[in-house]
Ligand binder design. Structure first.
Ligand SMILES: [Mg+2]
Length: 387
């Protein structure tokens, strides 16, 4: 089998109503969907962020290679760009999309789910939590934040065992009040996570952690700039709330620094940034060895959610000696609930949770199909193809 053609679809859609993290308003959401097609017609899907043409330039060199050799193909993308940190960013994103697509392709070719390619599954479903609770235009005009609190109640009623809110977008005092308001709204039985998206300097982040610790916060995500390991180490060493980060890490090399120096209490590699399914699995195994909790980031479409589910289906309970408990020793995936028209239309199935768990798909490959109409509807410009 040989890789005959690679198609890249730059997809983008306007969200139902804009929403904001500490850093930026989201008016549109998108992805680059990547289809790798073999000479026997078998194909697989991957995705990542960024620019389809820049990714295509790197992917050109893969034409003619055996799609079953995803290990050597990964190295052929990353290693020539190793010097001067060139493996980060674009190269790592390209390797991510290609690795996900190749695993899907090879699984379909052999008639087995991706988790079989990874050594077999140890769980049939994966625990999850809701990501939402961004700042909205309605929030800015409503000092009672009724829309925010209604959204939270919806997640609790849907059976999510936890939910993650944004902080860093209002004043320090307002954000503390908002975390407290969420705790009062959902009661004691639901986990609350907060995500600052790098909003604070280390001292402000430590102050915030001390204030919100009263509200039983499960983790404090990206408290300060993610590229400064020293700043994050300082926060982690003084925060009464466990810290989390790593969503923008590229490959095992970035993750090794985060683990080896214990920069965060919880590590969150993103399958579309870190290097794909192969690399996510490797990072999970590394995290297990370091006794650092591993709860991957997710913010794209259900192509990458499927990739995460297959990976998490296979990783060890860590440590293995206790009852299985999500957020403690069982892995948990993020589950973005915000408006994302491309995500909502792109795949079949469109995953959902029941009682806080998402079932791992059992069909060959990733176990998803991509809706061609959605590709045509949301694509910006022509298909970018290399063959
Ligand atoms: Mg985050």
């Amino acid at each position: 089998m040989k890789i005959e053609r690679i198609e890249l679809h730059q997809l983008n859609g306007r969200v139902a109503a804009p929403y904001k993290s500490s850093m930026q308003w989201k008016t549109h959401r998108g992805t680059v969907a990547v289809r790798v097609i073999a000479d026997d017609g078998t194909y697989g899907w991957g995705e990542t962020g960024g620019d389809a043409r820049a990714i295509a330039e790197i992917a050109t060199a893969l034409i003619g290679k055996n799609p079953e050799h995803f290990g050597s193909i990964w190295q052929s993308i990353i290693n020539p760009r190793y010097q001067s940190g060139g493996y980060g960013g674009l190269a790592s994103k390209t390797a991510s999309a290609i690795d996900i697509a190749l695993q899907d392709l090879v699984g379909k070719s052999r008639g087995v789910p991706v988790y079989e390619l990874l050594g077999g599954k140890v769980r049939d479903r994966v625990s999850t939590y809701a990501t939402g609770l961004f700042y909205t235009e309605a929030d800015l005009a409503d000092p009672t934040w009724s829309g925010f609190l209604d959204e939270a109640q919806g997640y609790a009623e849907a059976g999510f065992p936890g939910m993650k809110m944004k902080i860093g977008g209002f004043t320090f005092a307002e954000d503390v009040d908002r975390v407290g308001a969420l705790r009062r709204k959902v009661g004691d039985g639901v986990r609350i996570m907060v995500d600052a998206n790098e909003a604070y300097d280390p001292m402000t982040a430590i102050s915030m952690a001390r204030r919100i610790a009263d509200f039983d916060v499960t983790w404090f995500e990206e408290p300060t700039g993610s590229r400064s390991l020293e700043d994050n180490l300082l926060v982690t060493s003084r925060s009464p709330v466990p810290t989390a980060g790593g969503e923008s890490a590229s490959t095992r090399r970035d993750v090794a620094h985060l683990l080896g120096r214990r920069i965060f209490d919880i590590i969150q590699p993103e399958v579309v940034n870190v290097g794909g399914i192969s690399e996510l699995k490797l990072c999970a195994d590394m995290a297990e060895a370091f006794n650092v909790r591993f709860f991957p980031h997710f913010f794209n479409t259900h192509i990458s959610l499927a990739a995460i589910l297959h990976t998490l289906a296979t990783i060890s309970q860590a440590p293995p000696a206790h009852p299985k408990e999500p957020f403690v020793n069982e892995p948990v995936t993020e589950f973005d609930q915000t408006s994302h028209p491309v995500r909502e239309a792109l795949t079949d199935p469109y995953f959902s949770q029941t009682d806080g768990y998402i079932d791992v798909p059992n069909a060959p490959g990733l176990g998803i199909e991509v809706n061609e109409d959605a590709l045509d509807h949301f694509r910006q410009g022509d298909v970018v193809a290399v063959d």
